[in-house]
Design a protein around this ligand. Structure first.
Ligand SMILES: O=C(CO)COP(=O)(O)O
Length: 135
């Protein structure tokens, strides 16, 4: 059954999200994809699949995705947020993550969680390298 999945990444995490989405293109293909503006453009190009693009995060895109959640129109969020740099719209980011908790929306904030969420990996079998971020 087709689900609506939101994909969002902060600037230092965009390449990681694109890599993940490209690797799992076949899994994403049956679903409706939505995203914040810049992330959406990149995902659309990488997957050659239409992505509904909301505004860029700092201009309200996170809040638009939050509104989808409160309307019962979002099934999952993959949000590779940047834990090492402050964002000017940090309150919006927090609000989006908060709504995922309020409405019991699955949310993956890193690649390992996204792999678990989409059934790509099981907890039992996963052996991820713990890498030191390079940015
Ligand atoms: O800032 C973001 C999420 O908080 C992402 O926005 P962009 O996809 O427009 O870069």
């Amino acid at each position: 059954m087709q689900k609506t999945i939101a994909l969002v990444a902060h600037d230092h995490k965009k390449q990681e999200l694109i890599d993940w989405a490209t690797t799992h293109k076949a899994l994403l293909e049956p679903h409706k994809l939505v995203a914040t503006g810049t992330t959406g453009g990149l995902v659309e190009n990488a997957l050659n699949q239409p992505v509904h693009k909301f505004k860029s995060g700092p201009l309200g895109g996170d809040q638009q995705i939050g509104a989808l959640i409160s309307e019962g129109k979002l099934d999952a969020l993959v949000f590779f947020w940047d834990p090492l740099n402050p964002a000017p719209h940090d309150p919006d980011v927090k609000a989006l993550l908060r709504l995922c908790s309020v409405w019991n929306i699955p949310v993956a904030c890193n690649r390992a969680s996204a792999d678990l969420m989409f059934g790509i990996q099981s907890l039992e079998h996963m052996h991820y390298k713990r890498e030191i971020p390079t940015y």
